[in-house]
Write a protein that binds this ligand. Structure first.
Ligand code: GDP
Length: 299
């Protein structure tokens, strides 16, 4: 088994390539839940949804969120009723959020709810929420702080930010399933996900860094030069005190990473890093990168 740490875009692109080379049941995927939000009474978990839909063969891979072919009738009708959800939620996607909300209200943990949903959707991979308690990435501006989804989806990242913080009632602990998956894997792969909003929340769950230090860990950079391939990683790195480059990313993982991979085009030099074409612009490119990662793991 190989365990991946994942957000909702960069690592899922790598997972799609890996799927061509490994059996789904040999995947463990630890997923960031710090972007979860209750919306209209239902439980959205953007990164869990993306990874789950990928393994269920339902993901809309033109957007890397939502279900392929989904309709937005409920979203539009809600607008007519005066409920302006700032996140586009498809009808089938909403059904999943309703089901998860009901399960959690009924007393199931997020891990159990995810297991239940995965079973019903025919997912064979072990998809593991990083923690079972609520933790939220908040984006801090000069005037206020807002949920990450509000910053990125509602305001499209077009606000001046001064910081990033995690909000929780109890400090997040990694679940037992997460720690066992890391310990029992042949290797751990940190895909090219946002270091601040996707990977750090997982690393901050107690027990994760210690477990990673005992494992063989490969991490892939989401940066080329001072720009991420997509998304707000550069601004978020800057306000969190990290250089928005592969070097800054490497430093965030330095205490546990065994092999760091950066793009062949990246002008930033990191001692000991390996270089590959990491731009997964299509399925074929994802498979090529996945092959490189597996070759390294299999020595
Ligand atoms: P989010 O949950 O949607 O923010 O998704 P992730 O955190 O999983 O992924 C976002 C990160 O993926 C961004 O920082 C991008 O730079 C990176 N990314 C997206 N596509 C690629 C790609 O093809 N190659 C590499 N190296 N990074 C990518």
């Amino acid at each position: 088994m190989i365990t991946f740490l994942s957000g909702g875009t960069g690592t899922p692109k790598l997972l799609r390539g890996m799927q061509e080379l490994m059996e789904d049941r040999d995947f463990g995927v630890v997923v960031n839940t710090a972007e979860d939000i209750w919306l209209s009474g239902n439980h959205l978990s953007p990164d869990l949804d993306t990874v789950m839909y990928l393994f269920a063969g339902m993901l809309d891979t033109s957007r890397w969120w939502g279900i392929r072919g989904d309709t937005f009738t409920s979203h539009e009708f809600l607008q007519k009723l005066g409920i302006d959800e700032f996140i586009m939620v498809g009808d089938l996607d909403r059904a999943v959020h309703i089901a998860r909300g009901e399960m959690i209200r009924g007393g199931l943990s997020l891990t159990e709810a995810t297991e239940g949903l995965c079973r019903r959707l025919g997912v064979q991979a072990a998809i593991l929420p990083m923690t079972d308690t609520e933790v939220t990435t908040m984006i801090v501006t000069a005037e206020a702080s807002m949920h990450f989804q509000e910053y990125w989806v509602k305001h499209r990242g077009a606000v001046d930010i001064v910081g990033v913080e995690r909000r929780y009632q109890t400090p997040p602990e990694a679940t037992g399933n997460v720690l066992s998956a890391i310990e029992e894997s042949d290797a751990v792969v940190i895909g090219p996900s946002n270091p601040v909003t996707s990977i750090s929340p997982i690393l901050e769950c107690s027990g994760v860094r210690e477990a990673l230090r005992k494992q063989f860990v490969i991490a892939i950079s989401p940066f080329i030069g001072d720009q991420p391939i997509s998304g707000p990683a550069a601004a978020l790195m800057r306000v969190s005190g990290h250089e928005p480059t592969s070097a800054g990313t490497f430093r965030m993982y330095a205490d546990f990473v065994d092999l760091f991979m950066q793009d062949t085009r990246d002008p930033v030099e990191i001692d000991g890093a390996v270089r590959r074409d990491t731009l997964m612009v299509n399925r074929g490119k994802s498979v090529d990168l996945a092959k490189s990662v597996l070759e390294i793991i299999n020595g």
